[in-house]
Design a binder for this molecule. Structure first.
Ligand SMILES: C[S@@+](CC[C@H](N)C(=O)[O-])C[C@H]1O[C@@H](n2cnc3c(N)ncnc32)[C@H](O)[C@@H]1O
Length: 219
């Protein structure tokens, strides 16, 4: 009806412009709608994780533009289990929020674990593989109330393809994260074999990676 009226009072050029406007507006609305659905889904996931870990851990905005981070709401003693993560999905490809669990698998963990930020030194949580296809996170030392939970990503990632400029602020900050392949000796020295993803301590199946063999601990 609107189109008919336009057609009768305006030429085909005006009609074309009208259709382009309608198409663009619809596309914009569709995009805005799906973006808001995505953020709503995340907000719900954050809220549910905060409820599950009420009194223990809180997901909040971290400092220095690091995005979300996890903060302790209670004291954790050295050696205690802080988070048991679940694998939500698995892929042969890495992304900014995946964690490497074997030479060929990168897992997306559930919240809150997925939001633990990285530090290059003195991480307060360390990983152990668990039966859920992800990792358990244990306190490497006593963690105080309000302290941010931090983990060293190079204890699980062999080669980091989505590197970021690290803002951990440690005196020995490695700058751009690259992975265990490049910083293995330093990471091993800092945390010890117990806190390194086990597959990183095994020889590679394809057996052609001398760089990796050099960082393997000697028996
Ligand atoms: C697994 S996510 C951690 C959660 C993330 N902060 C978020 O808001 O989604 C990893 C991403 O967090 C950010 N990040 C984690 N640790 C960081 C650090 N030490 N310095 C700067 N950015 C960091 C980087 O953008 C990185 O790609």
């Amino acid at each position: 009806m609107v189109c008919c009226m336009i057609k009768s009072t305006a030429g085909p050029r005006v009609l074309g412009t009208w259709f382009s406007f309608v198409r663009a507006t619809t596309t914009r609305q569709r995009f805005a709608f799906s973006a808001s659905c995505g953020s709503e889904k995340l907000e719900t996931e954050i809220q549910q994780a905060n409820e599950r870990y009420a009194g223990k851990i809180s997901i909040r905005r971290a400092s220095d533009n690091k995005g979300w981070g996890l903060f302790a709401l209670q004291r954790f003693q050295k050696g205690s289990l802080v988070i048991r993560a679940n694998a939500l999905s698995e892929s042969s490809k890495q992304d900014s929020h995946s964690v490497q669990t074997s030479w060929n698998s990168h897992v997306t963990m559930d919240l809150p674990a997925r939001f633990i930020n990285h530090v290059c030194d003195e991480a307060n949580v360390g990983i152990q593989p668990n039966s859920l296809g992800a990792f358990d996170f244990f306190a490497l030392r006593e963690i105080s109330i309000e302290e941010e939970l931090t983990w060293d990503y190079e204890t699980s990632e062999y080669e980091i393809s989505h590197g970021f400029a690290c803002a951990c602020g440690a005196a020995s900050c490695r700058g751009e994260l690259q992975g265990f392949r490049y910083h293995g000796p330093k990471v091993l020295e800092t945390y010890g074999v117990k806190w390194i993803a086990p597959f990183l301590l095994e020889d590679r199946e394809d057996n052609d990676d001398d760089a990796h063999r050099l960082v393997l601990p000697r028996p």
